[in-house]
Design a protein around this ligand. Structure first.
Ligand SMILES: Nc1nc2c(ncn2[C@@H]2O[C@H](COP(=O)(O)OP(=O)(O)OP(=O)(O)O)[C@@H](O)[C@H]2O)c(=O)[nH]1
Ligand SMILES: [Zn+2]
Length: 364
């Protein structure tokens, strides 16, 4: 029935639950059920309650975080770290959160689970990550997840229905657009796109009236609160944003997509955790890994979805990032030309830009 939430709506609801620190029930076809809570939003009370409803809780972490913790990842892409009986909330959260890694290295070795299947743990991590929390969850087996969820008013996610949708992006629809005269051009127009699952909105700034049947000067800009708005010297985002708009204004036509994928898709809180690690000497890629993330967690398919919905199928792309070009081509937007965007190098971001060139393939 259409009044009952479908699986993508249930996944969106589960993300909201995890952000609030509410557990979700996960089940699979074999009759296995667990409760999962994001480690970051876990409280001491809920940890005690989880222990009272099931035995042998674990912290599920990504293989990236497991490498930092020197914990064996028997499940390939993740590890199930056994929570000792006497471990408290601070211990559990330190498994996921690297802020104290150097001050108070965890008393190891951490024991990880080898037997059993980690499918539900994988869903829990994916949900925490897409909720822009640290990618880790406390997971405890329970008897019958479906009836437990019904009794306690929890969201219940079934593995077989959820797995094919975890990497999906929700369909975007334009919800509003209006004229926006700007410094770079009086002929500006702002379009707002909203995903069906109620997630982050993304924006398109159209300058002039670019012809739809020719390659449009385009930029896929990922949100950077610190660089775009605060004038941070740690990255080149602000100058790139303003440089791209200025070039579009000068040419009289262009489209800038402002994608709300802050911190290369990990969210601003996690980006600040990464900055804290960078202050301890790790580079931008190492910091992401220590937090449990990949180098880049963005989904550039959003960009091609928006371009297509505006009627564009070919771009002159303002970027130094070959991954953006590859993703555009792969998702049906032809990149007729790469237009370099080299602005805003400072003494503070020189190392960051060098790391992006050395480790992420950015073009110099
Ligand atoms: N995780 C993380 N994200 C960062 C850091 N510094 C900047 N960012 C984010 O990196 C993203 C940069 O986005 P873009 O400007 O599209 O940059 P890009 O992938 O380098 O590609 P081009 O600028 O097109 O060459 C933004 O989302 C920033 O918030 C950092 O140290 N760690
Ligand atoms: Zn930035």
């Amino acid at each position: 029935m259409s009044l009952v939430p479908d699986i993508s709506e249930l996944l969106a609801r589960a993300r909201a639950d995890l952000r609030m620190g509410v557990p979700v029930a996960l089940t699979d076809d074999s009759g296995f059920s667990v409760l999962a809570i994001a480690t970051e939003t876990l409280t001491a009370q809920r940890l005690a309650d989880l222990r009272s409803v099931g035995e042998d809780p674990v912290v599920a972490v990504t293989v990236r975080r497991a490498e930092t913790l020197k914990a064996r990842a028997y499940d390939g892409d993740l590890a199930r770290v056994i929570i000792p009986m006497d471990a408290d909330i601070a211990w559990v959260q330190a498994v996921a959160d690297p802020s104290d890694d150097l001050n108070a290295p965890m008393k190891g070795p951490l024991m990880t689970r080898r037997q059993g299947n980690a499918n539900l743990h994988r869903i829990a991590i994916a949900l925490a990550k897409s909720a822009r929390l640290l990618p880790a969850a406390v997971v405890v087996p329970i008897e019958d997840g479906r009836s437990f969820a019904a009794t306690h008013g929890l969201t219940c996610i079934d593995h077989a229905s959820a797995a094919p949708h975890l990497a999906d992006r929700s369909e975007l629809h334009e919800v509003a657009a209006a004229r926006l005269p700007m410094e770079v051009s009086e002929a500006g127009r702002l379009h707002i796109f909203r995903p069906e699952d109620g997630g982050e909105e993304h924006y398109a700034v159209e300058i002039g009236r670019p012809e739809r049947d020719k390659p449009v000067l385009a930029r896929l800009h990922s949100a950077c609160f610190t660089g775009d708005l605060m004038g941070s010297l740690k990255c080149d985002c602000g100058p790139q944003l303003r440089g791209a708009l200025a070039q579009m204004g000068a040419e009289g036509a262009g489209v800038l997509l402002y994608l709300n994928q802050e911190g290369r898709g990990i969210g601003l809180a996690n980006k600040m955790r990464a900055y804290f690690l960078q202050d301890q000497g790790f580079d931008t890629v190492e910091a992401n890994h220590r937090l449990g993330f990949e180098d880049d967690e963005r989904d550039f398919r959003l960009g091609s979805d928006i371009l297509k919905s505006l009627g564009f199928n070919s771009v002159r792309l303002l970027t130094n990032n070959p991954a953006k070009i590859a993703m555009m081509e792969k998702t049906g937007i032809a990149v007729a030309e790469r237009v370099p965007l080299k602005v805003g190098e400072t003494a503070h971001n020189r190392g960051y830009l060098a790391t992006k060139a050395a480790k992420s393939g950015h073009l110099l």
